[in-house]
Design a protein around this ligand. Structure first.
Ligand SMILES: Nc1nc2c(c(=O)[nH]1)N[C@H]1C(S)=C(S)[C@@H](COP(=O)(O)OP(=O)(O)OC[C@H]3O[C@@H](n4cnc5c(N)ncnc54)[C@H](O)[C@@H]3O)O[C@H]1N2
Ligand code: MOO
Length: 396
């Protein structure tokens, strides 16, 4: 039997199969969760001119402590009609342009206005420039606001929209097909006969993909029949960027994914990873599509989807950092040492402490409902006491 591939090596080989998909232009309202495929540079200064940060009066700091004559008003969205000279104040509102001549804003709570007469009643501004947002204090024209491969979260979208760009260049969403295999599987919700079980993996995987930049088609299913599987794989590969099979990845007489991939003219790139659960993971190509064969056990499917499917989708969509972030926290309970494969134990991270769940059978679904983290235990790791640090990935 071939040696088991280390997880990092398998991830690198998978992502090397294909680069990001072609770029496309998209509006600010459609880009959430996608990745920039170009550096986003500021095309303008923000603010483009000094703005008031408060409602009050624009004055010259040297004129303090007043009094002043009110000469007009500057409201957001219009240019102030004139400049402010010695002894003058201009009524001003948050977001309005600061008139020439003024260098400071007094908040209205600190003054009393009587007709055009303005007097100081409070402390007034402590220094020149108070309550003024300087030109380009947010960013300056030419600044790189978001480098290539940045995920467009709401804050990044705000910065991109403010940049002056008309549209964004992003990576296209990969089209993903989910294909379950196995004679025992029945769509969840349907009646079962002896030996049958509901298909829990495809709704789980669809949910995982829903949070990613991917377009998942409705799940497909085939029986344990190598010829049918080969035909369906070929067909799905023509219309998708990624074909994810679930089950049939192992060594049993009814495990047909590798054989069917080859029958369909595809290539197995690697098989079997030094991880638990998830050992029988298959990666390959068929036409322009990438095939990822996840093991069928529910925990194995969840763990391999977290470590391979979601990073692949992000990579194809243009992510600069597609792999899941690894965090560290102290163990809430002692932990046995590691074995010959790296473990991804279903665990809970709560109040900053990590607890591996007691039930780790990869065939179970209920522990998946309880887990919000995967505790990473390296090959041959020594036993650890409570309080010792451990690595984990957030999964919920
Ligand atoms: N002799 C050996 N047997 C097995 C090995 C091995 O190395 N030697 N590897 C084991 C490991 S590890 C895993 S993981 C499983 C995975 O095998 P497959 O990917 O071939 O998965 P199946 O046999 O098709 O199914 C496994 C298990 O999961 C259930 N299943 C499958 N699909 C779904 C689904 N969509 N929803 C819910 N449950 C599903 C299926 O009924 C089986 O119970 O192989 C070990 N065997
Ligand atoms: O590696 Mo399997 O995925 O132990 O259950």
């Amino acid at each position: 039997m071939s040696a088991l591939l280390p997880v990092e090596e398998a991830q690198a080989r998978l992502l090397a199969l294909r680069g990001p998909l072609s770029p496309e232009k998209i509006s600010f309202f459609e880009c959430f969760g996608l990745y920039t495929l170009d550096n986003i540079f500021a095309q303008r200064d923000q603010p483009a001119a000094p703005l008031s940060a408060m409602d009050g009066y624009a004055i010259r700091f040297d004129d303090l402590p007043g009094p002043w004559t009110i000469i007009g008003e500057s409201a957001a969205g219009t240019a102030p009609g004139r400049s402010v000279n010695a002894g003058e104040a201009m009524r001003i509102f948050t977001g309005a342009l600061v008139p020439d001549g003024a260098d400071t804003v007094i908040v209205q709570e600190d003054v009393a206005a009587d007709g055009t007469a303005l007097t100081l009643t409070g402390d007034g501004p402590a220094k020149r420039g108070r309550h003024i947002r300087a030109r380009a204090s947010d960013f300056a024209a030419g600044d790189c606001l978001l480098p290539t491969g940045t995920r467009l979260n709401p804050g990044a979208i705000a910065a991109a929209a403010m940049s002056g760009a008309e549209q964004l260049v992003v990576g296209r969403r990969p089209r993903v097909a989910i294909l379950t295999t196995g004679d025992e599987l029945v769509q969840a919700g349907r009646a079962l006969t002896a030996g049958q079980i509901p298909d829990s993996n495809s709704p789980m995987l669809a949910a995982m993909l829903a949070g990613e930049p991917a377009t998942a088609s409705l799940p497909h299913h085939v029986r344990d029949d190598r010829a049918i599987l080969a035909k369906v794989l070929k067909n799905l590969a023509r219309r998708h960027d990624v074909v994810v099979t679930v089950g049939g990845a192992s060594v049993g007489d009814h495990d047909h994914v590798r054989g069917a991939l080859q029958d369909a003219g595809g290539t197995v790139n690697f098989w079997k990873i030094a991880m638990r659960p998830g050992k029988p993971l298959i990666a390959g190509t068929i036409g322009d599509a990438i095939l990822l064969g996840l093991p069928g056990n529910p925990s194995s499917a969840l763990v391999t989807a977290t470590l391979f499917l979601l990073p692949l989708v992000r990579h194809l969509a243009g992510a600069r950092h597609p792999l899941p972030a690894i965090h560290r926290a102290p163990l809430a309970t002692p932990l046995d040492g590691g074995g010959g494969r790296r473990d991804y134990l279903r665990a809970r991270i709560e109040n900053g402490r990590l607890t591996p769940l007691i039930r780790q059978d990869s065939g179970m679904t209920l522990p998946l409902a309880a887990a919000n983290a995967l505790l990473i235990r390296n090959i041959a790791a020594p036993p650890r006491d409570a309080g010792v640090m451990a690595d984990y990935i957030v999964i919920a």
